[in-house]
Design a protein around this ligand. Structure first.
Ligand SMILES: *Cc1c(COP(=O)(O)O)cnc(C)c1O
Length: 380
């Protein structure tokens, strides 16, 4: 699905040098690279504060901790996301309230949000799934109207540009009150281990988030908040600092690969290519097709037999996961998410794809689909 080795080989001298500098300094926690990376990322994103932390899940948890929510307060998100988004809500004794996604974009359907808002709704976590921003203008309007905080889960869309109706653009993850990202190695800006970051333009929230990341402490051994230990390793900051310089190129390479897939697959029956919306660029963390008339799992198996990787993100929506049964959701509650879980198929997507490789993938895909299209569906 990704080619991290190929990507590393191209920047090996720079990355190796950055790592060796950290080794020579023996500053493994804190130090120059952390500050440099945070500043460079803030500049790239056009956001006031970047607070690095241990991983993307921590980033989401810390963001919610900074909002002073009370047990039982409700947080809206979608069931069609990586589990971390809902997990942190549950961990903090808050109540996850799911809102279904839009079939075309995989993102939260903003037209369904207001129906889910109650007096206890304190926060919405829009997830910019697969690399394209949610409709943040509409979501911010709803948030303002109801006095609700927005925490963007931007683990998959770093570098994407959201465009307002008036043409102004802003980076995904910097529009809500807080934005969160992950630098998991396979993410669009991937570290060489776990890493994450939190963004905000709000000075008071930034101060609080910094405290929480560091055991609630500003002065060593004095604790103003109940916090956590979530730091970005110095070594990871050094790696990320090198890779940040290439993020725009990486986004462009993914977009180019997606364009090629799209061009080859457009008009193909039984395949729905990703929809690109007007209000956001797409940085293609995943290139995700829908196969509405096909036994998707059979396609996956067939591709695998032919040595072609593919991914299903995500096979079971969160409201149907065993761990989330306690919240009382049922099959049928979020029909679009449930349908997508059956239909989605992600193809290999990374910065090192060539048209030659993509053509091989596409040929196997076409053949796998033709062998897996169910007559039952065709007759329908
Ligand atoms: C990767 C991811 C996370 C979690 O990030 P980690 O760094 O793995 O903890 C959260 N939300 C989404 C949507 C993700 O894709």
């Amino acid at each position: 699905m990704v080619d991290l080795q190929g990507q590393y080989r191209r920047i090996k001298p720079e990355v190796d040098q950055a790592i060796h500098e950290v080794l020579d300094s023996c500053y493994f926690i804190g130090g120059g690279p952390i500050k440099t990376f945070s500043q460079n990322l803030a500049e790239f994103l056009g956001v006031e504060h970047v607070i690095p932390c241990g991983n993307g899940t921590d980033a989401l948890q810390i963001a919610l901790m900074a909002l002073d929510l009370k047990p039982g307060d409700e947080v809206i998100t979608t069931p069609f996301t990586f589990v971390a988004t809902a997990e942190v809500i549950a961990l903090l004794q808050l109540k996850p309230v799911f809102v279904d996604v839009d079939y075309d974009t995989f993102n939260i359907n903003e037209r369904l949000i207001e129906d889910a808002i109650t007096e206890r709704t304190k926060c919405i976590i829009p997830v910019h799934l697969f690399g394209q921003s949610c409709n943040m203008e509409a979501i911010m309007e709803i948030a303002q109207k109801h006095g609700i905080h927005i925490v963007e889960d931007n683990a998959q869309a770093i570098g994407a540009d959201f465009q307002y109706e008036n043409g102004v653009t802003q980076k995904a993850g910097t529009i809500g009150h807080i934005g969160c990202t992950s630098f998991f190695p396979s993410k669009n800006l991937g570290a060489y281990g776990d890493a994450g970051a939190i963004f905000t333009n709000d000075d008071a929230l930034a101060t609080k988030i910094r405290l929480i990341c560091n055991h609630g402490s500003k002065v060593r051994y004095y604790h103003d908040e109940i916090g956590v230990n979530s730091r970005l390793d110095t070594m990871q900051a050094a790696v990320l600092n090198v890779k940040l310089k290439y993020l725009e190129n990486y986004c462009a390479a993914r977009q180019k690969a997606a364009d090629f897939y799209n061009k080859q697959l457009i008009g193909e029956s039984d395949v729905i290519i990703p929809k690109e919306v007007k209000y956001s660029t797409h940085v293609y963390h995943q290139y995700t097709l829908k196969l509405p008339n096909t036994d998707r799992d059979k396609v996956v198996k067939n591709l695998k037999e032919n040595g072609v990787a593919s991914g299903v993100y995500y096979p079971i929506p969160l409201h149907l996961q065993h761990a989330y049964k306690q919240y009382g959701f049922n099959q049928g509650d979020f029909p679009v998410s449930e349908q997508l879980a059956q239909e989605v198929l992600s193809l290999p997507m990374h910065t090192e794809l060539t048209e030659e490789i993509q053509n091989i993938i596409l040929n196997h895909l076409r053949s796998a689909i033709s062998k897996s299209t169910s007559t039952e569906n065709l007759l329908r």
